[in-house]
Write a protein that binds this ligand. Structure first.
Ligand SMILES: Nc1nc2c(ncn2[C@@H]2O[C@H](COP(=O)(O)OP(=O)(O)O)[C@@H](O)[C@H]2O)c(=O)[nH]1
Ligand SMILES: [Mg+2]
Length: 381
């Protein structure tokens, strides 16, 4: 169905998500876009975010019924909210289903994935759905220019707690946070990418008798399981890659089935989504390969540097060793010379030392002199 075709066929445009994610604001923008004269609007704002309204809200504009449903986050109102969502799913007709989610610390919030899980379990005819990642900050959007980062969020949002069976297909839209909107009530503005996105999503048929009750008692169990899985997927790159690969295979199969029943226009759009997913994956794999090669190159470079360093050190040691050996040799020679010199010196000293004869002679001379002196003394006296 063409979103703006104005065909006779009616369509239910269903928005699901926890309180405060921005469902009513987005719906109002769509309504105003479809009919600028439209006065009836969904109430958006803080009081609604706190959970005053837990009914299904609907506004019909032309052939489209826009539906705003309450979230399942509030434990006290969970059953009432589940009833409102089930009511929205039981209209017997054409649907476009959108889940609105917000991020926390760059990750998908488990409470949002829990809602998606429970709703998809209830209406198994939802084979594909739109996910609007809303209120994204500028730094986050910048980060999401990297396809890997987009893919990570898509994988996180499509985790299913039962882990098997009929995994429906999420088609994403990343919307920026509009500054200053918190302080204004029921404002509308133009979000061109929202309209284009809606036009890309093929409608599906949901039969009322095939919609099961939303099993709210599973909420806590799912929440806890999903919290762990989302964290694990965000942290473990290998696991993430594996999951992406599984998802890709699954989506290809799923898309084949959807494509068989869709108009050519949607076929092209969906094919493009598959191809984009394929490209994301390819790019991630290429990046992985590049990283591995870079690591290898760095390792080799390191090894080469180390080898050079070792050989330079060996060279230095060799040189140092030779110098030391030379010094040792010189010292030995010096010592030898010194020893020889000392020996020579000793001999010389020995030769110059007075002998016993000399001493006797000297003493004799002294005695003679003494006698002569004595003689002279006697003469004088
Ligand atoms: N800053 C900002 N606030 C938003 C945006 N979208 C919604 N809000 C605010 O978030 C609050 C909840 O929005 P609402 O549409 O009522 O959420 P709902 O509970 O999901 O229907 C309101 O105060 C909105 O003004 C956005 O893009 N930027
Ligand atoms: Mg609302």
């Amino acid at each position: 169905m063409n979103y703006e075709s104005g065909s006779e066929q009616t369509m239910n445009c269903l928005f699901v998500g926890n309180p405060g994610v921005g469902k009513s604001t987005l719906l109002n923008c769509l309504i105003k876009k479809k009919n600028p004269q439209q006065n009836e609007m969904f109430e958006s704002g803080v009081s609604i975010a706190e959970g005053l309204t837990y009914q299904l809200e609907q506004i019909k504009v032309g052939n489209i019924t826009f539906m705003d449903t309450p979230g399942l986050e509030d434990v006290k109102k969970r059953k009432q909210a589940a009833k409102a969502i089930t009511e929205a799913l039981k209209k017997n007709g054409n649907y476009q289903v959108f889940f609105v989610v917000t991020l926390e610390a760059g990750r998908v919030r488990p409470q949002d994935v829990t809602v998606i899980n429970l709703v998809l379990e209830s209406a198994k005819e939802i084979t594909h759905y739109g996910v609007i990642f809303n209120k994204l900050t500028k730094p986050l959007l910048k980060k999401l220019e990297d396809d890997n980062e987009k893919m990570k969020l898509l994988v996180q949002v499509s985790i299913h707690e039962d882990g098997k069976g009929n995994k429906p297909l999420p088609i994403p839209l990343f919307l920026h946070r509009i500054d200053g909107l918190e302080d204004l009530d029921n404002v509308t503005f133009d979000i061109p990418e929202l309209k284009n996105f809606m036009a890309q999503i093929p409608y599906l048929i949901i039969h009322a008798d095939k919609v099961d009750k939303i099993e709210t008692y599973k909420y806590e169990k799912y929440f806890e399981g999903l919290e762990i899985k989302i964290k694990a997927l965000a942290d473990d790159k290998e696991k993430l890659m594996q999951k992406m690969d599984e998802d890709r295979k699954h989506y290809e199969l799923k898309m084949k089935k959807i494509l068989e029943n869709e108009q050519q226009h949607h076929k092209v759009q969906l094919q493009r989504i598959i191809e984009e997913n394929e490209k994301y994956l390819q790019r991630i794999k290429e990046k992985e390969k590049e990283q591995k090669e870079e690591m290898k190159r760095l390792r080799e470079e390191d090894a080469e540097k180390n080898a050079k360093l070792i050989s330079r050190m060996e060279e230095e040691y060799k040189q140092r060793f030779q110098e030391m050996r030379q010094q040792y040799k010189e010292r030995q020679e010096n010592e030898k010379l010194l020893r020889e010199e000392m020996k020579k010196g000793q001999n010389l000293q020995m030769q110059n030392m007075p002998g016993v004869d000399d001493i006797v002679r000297v003493f004799g001379d002294i005695a003679k002199i003494a006698a002569a002196v004595a003689k002279v003394a006697l003469v004088v006296i």
